[in-house]
Design a protein. Sequence first.
Lengths: 399, 356
Amino acid sequence: MDLSYSPQEQAFRSEVKTFLKDDLPPEIADKVRRGVELTKDDMDRWHSILNARGWLAQNWPKSFGGAEWNAVQRHIWEEEAAAANAPRIVPFGLSMLAPVLMKFGSEAQQNHWLPRLLDGSDWWCQGYSEPGAGSDLASLKTRAVRDGDHYVVNGQKTWTTLGQHANMIFCLVRTDPDVKQQEGISFLLIDMGTPGIEVRPIILLDGSHEVNEVWFTDVRVPVENLVGEENKGWTYAKYLLTHERTNIAGVGYSRAGLDNVKRIARSARHNGKPLIQNPHFAARMAQVEIDLSAMATTNLRIISKAAAGDAPGVEASMLKVKGTIIRQEINDLTRRAVGPYAMPFASEAVEGANDGVPDPFEAGPVAADYFNNRKLSIFGGSNEIQRGIIAKVKLGGGR
Amino acid sequence: MNFDLTEERQMLQDTLRRYLADKYSTQVRNDILDSESGFSNEIWGELAELGIIGAFFADEHGGFGGTGFDVAVVFEELGRAGVVEPLMEVLVAGRILAEAGHSLIEDVIGGGVHLAIAHGEPASRYDTDAVETQCVDGKLSGRKAVVINAEAADHFIVSARDGETTYLYLVAGDATGVTVQGYPLLAGGRAGEVTFEDAPSEALNVAAGTLDRAIDFGIVAQCAETLGAMETATALTGEYLMTRQQFGRPIGTFQALQHRMADVLIELEQARSAVINAAGNLENEARTRNMMLSAGKNLLGRAGRLVAEEAIQLHGGIAMTQEYELAHIAKRIVMADHRFGDTDFHLERFIELSTA
């Protein structure tokens, strides 16, 4: 047991810091800091810079062209990237689809799709949830019927993050309606340009366009795009859910967020003194900081276990619940810190639209972020579902 | 002791609730939120015609109410419907004008005048005493922060220092030396940063503490408004829980969610009582009054946040969309914490008063 960073780990941190200082475009970091919506070009550009450094596929095995970082390296990257206001790497293709292809996909699929993920040829989104299948994902209804060399897909997916930028979607579809729900699902790769696909934006309560509805009407998908075996898709989805979730807890974001709160609290004044000296506010911050320090170690312990080959089961659920609660608490602290200046609305959507909106603490769209991040406890498997998994496994001696 | 509304107040509540249920639909309100002015002149006019502004003022000033419960009844309904029209400003600024015996008050009650209270400053946070704006020879210079309804205001009530003492002044919206940098608010409506540069003003002849007294009314109103919004959030959530099906049954039949809904309902009742305590003590002596006002604002800040967050969480994804009624209501609940002193500001004040 050793909590200190080794010389190699410290050297890695320096390397990461230098890279972020030299290669993260300042105009992109500035957008992230100010909460301005990034364009597809912004995100593609950052991915391409990372890929040139060999740091895009951070968690992929080296055999597949990845950096194969260990738990500590991932943690260091997360902390430094969040502190530098680097955009979040879009996870759907790189962190969700890729592990499934590596474990269950054919060699042909791996050889075709993985390089395209690295060089930015493909932008993937995830087709899981449906209007009637949220927490109860296994009840999904989007149907894929075999017709010669194709599957014909009909149905609707929702909450499709960044679907408006995607050219590919990986979908869970129903290929057998007559068996137990989980046993009739397949994992299908679909080209968004196929006739019959329509994408409609869903505007969130902070005014942003992050998610979409995707409609499928008689969409013909080549059978080569089935991953693994027909009707085994649920297994692959479950594998994905517990396997490669390195930043569910969002420790890096939380740490950067808390540093931001402290910075604001040093300038904001309450009864003539800096807010940071106000005992009530200081107590709130300290409580969160204490919880975060424990969470950061929990995160490292769990990722280390995963990196050693021990797939985290219920621990991933724990990270998700506690990590998102802490992140949301920090959003709440931030809105309290700026006082009345939480009330103005700075919309992410349009660059320059917010020029008149005061931001005396350079805090960004604090209230909009607070509301947008209410999604953290809902999306990605709601905290209620996660608690159910934790209890079932730990009390019921389960999987 | 009696917890029923008087007949007059019951009528006021019924009339206003009916009007808003008919007129202030989610679609109407979303259109207002997208509009340039941030509120609807038509609805403003109709609310004035219903006479609700008269509820904020006593007979002697031309109104028919003027007590804590009159204000609370009106604002609870406004909160229930998520109204963004700037009636809070007319209440607080109007109370000051009434206190000054100003001739404007008749027009204010008739709904013909838009007002704004320019008292907070960029560094003042929630302290009404932290005033740097100066008055020199009747001319005001300084900067006021997050002045709600600044763009539409026909008149500003401005706090400024003449030497060591802070006074209240009336400044015309179109006076020379007044610059407004306007912006939208997250919970609807608009505000502005207002800069005064040798702006001509009229000193208001009011006793010391008038601004604080007016804000007392604002606190009652804000608590009542938040209560109304909490009721809507709770009702929407209850309905959703029994409509939405997952795993083959309404999600409201799962015990985990039932218990949380019960907690929401308990906090709602607590909030209602806190509003009654605040409204009922508005005319009381300073220590009790201020304790109950701070208790109200603190409790509504805590309970409000809990109900808003739980309502969203219990709904799941749908509550994250702007289209759904809860989005705006949740924003009103949470942003209310930032007016007239937040949860911690009032906790501190309560501690000072209760341990004195």
